[in-house]
Design a protein around this ligand. Structure first.
Ligand SMILES: Nc1ncnc2c1ncn2[C@@H]1O[C@H](COP(=O)(O)OP(=O)(O)OP(=O)(O)O)[C@@H](O)[C@H]1O
Ligand SMILES: [Mg+2]
Length: 288
């Protein structure tokens, strides 16, 4: 698989800030990956997302060292408009992202720069609204939307552009479990059907465990742990030390291990946890 986003020795210090918000970050993301980024508050996750989509260095002043190559384009030499076909974004605060007064116009907004034929624009808007479960909000005023609805509109607008990479910064923070699951399923479809590379920043680690192949944990502006999801989640002690909660099912297996009741791999979802618990009960002679 070829590299679609490559970060080399990235350090960023916001203007008027004494410490680096990102320090010596190196990442190589391949086309078609579904990658999760997590870490405690203030770790630098949003700053990293802003470096990926070019908002840094084009809209924030500061000291920028190293390089970020998005789809072969250096973000220092290419502004956000030049990068828009390659990378689409959902920002942590959808309020700051929404500019139009009507939902349909918000989703159409980015498309207008692409000079698409009318019918294709229409098709993309309809599909994006359907995929995010908000077709009924099409003619709503954006000012009247709830936080969760605004997040869905921001996701729809990003999806409609059909970029090669989607970077989403805590896109489901205001959604209930059902809404969160629906968004993850949509992202999974985009990833599997269209090969869109998904980079998602998330605190709800159980969703990352379920959907991502690779996990990056940031702490104090640096990469603290990185690797295949299962490998990262098996480092319970380190994660807890960083203040990152593991999925409850993984924590359960960890406790069983500590008691000497279980010795296998850590489960990362409910189905795997069921097998773990069955095995423990079987070993105890209490389960057929
Ligand atoms: N505009 C800014 N100017 C100066 N410092 C900033 C700015 N934005 C963020 N920071 C600082 O950079 C560091 C990383 O912040 P960032 O928002 O990237 O973290 P985060 O991991 O996204 O946190 P959260 O989980 O709370 O969203 C923090 O110390 C923060 O105070
Ligand atoms: Mg953030």
């Amino acid at each position: 698989m070829s590299s679609i986003l490559k970060i080399s020795d990235l350090t960023f210090i916001y203007q008027n800030s004494k410490k680096a918000s990102l320090q010596q970050i190196n990442m190589d993301i391949h086309e078609g990956e579904f990658i999760g980024i997590t870490g405690p508050t203030g770790a630098g996750k949003s700053t990293l997302a802003l470096c990926m989509n070019g908002v840094i260095p084009h809209f924030y002043q500061g000291d920028f060292y190293g390089s970020v190559m998005v789809d072969q384009k250096d973000t220092v030499d290419n502004d956000c408009v030049a990068l828009a076909g390659s990378i689409g974004s959902v920002f942590q605060d959808p309020e700051a992202q929404i500019v139009a007064t009507v939902v349909e116009d918000e989703v159409a907004f980015g498309l207008e720069n692409l000079n698409l034929p009318r019918y294709e624009m229409e098709e993309r808007i309809t599909t994006a609204l359907e995929m995010t479960g908000i077709s009924q909000l099409r003619n709503y005023s954006t000012a009247r939307l709830s936080g969760g609805q605004k997040q869905r509109v921001a996701i729809a607008a990003a999806i409609a552009l059909r970029p090669k990479i989607l970077v989403l910064d805590e896109p489901t923070s205001e959604l209930d479990p059902q809404g969160t699951l629906a968004i993850y399923e949509t992202l999974k479809n985009l990833n599997e059907l269209y090969g869109i590379t998904v980079i998602i920043i998330e605190q709800k680690i159980q969703y990352l465990a379920e959907y991502c192949s690779r996990l990056v944990v940031l702490d104090k502006g640096k990469i603290a742990i990185e690797g295949p999801c299962r490998e990262v989640l098996s480092r319970q002690d380190t994660l807890q030390g960083l203040g990152v909660n593991c999925p409850p099912v993984t924590q359960l297996a960890y406790m069983l291990k500590q008691k000497g009741l279980y010795h296998g791999e850590f489960p990362i979802n409910v189905d795997e946890a069921y097998l773990v618990v069955s095995k423990v009960l079987q070993d105890k002679g209490r389960f057929q």
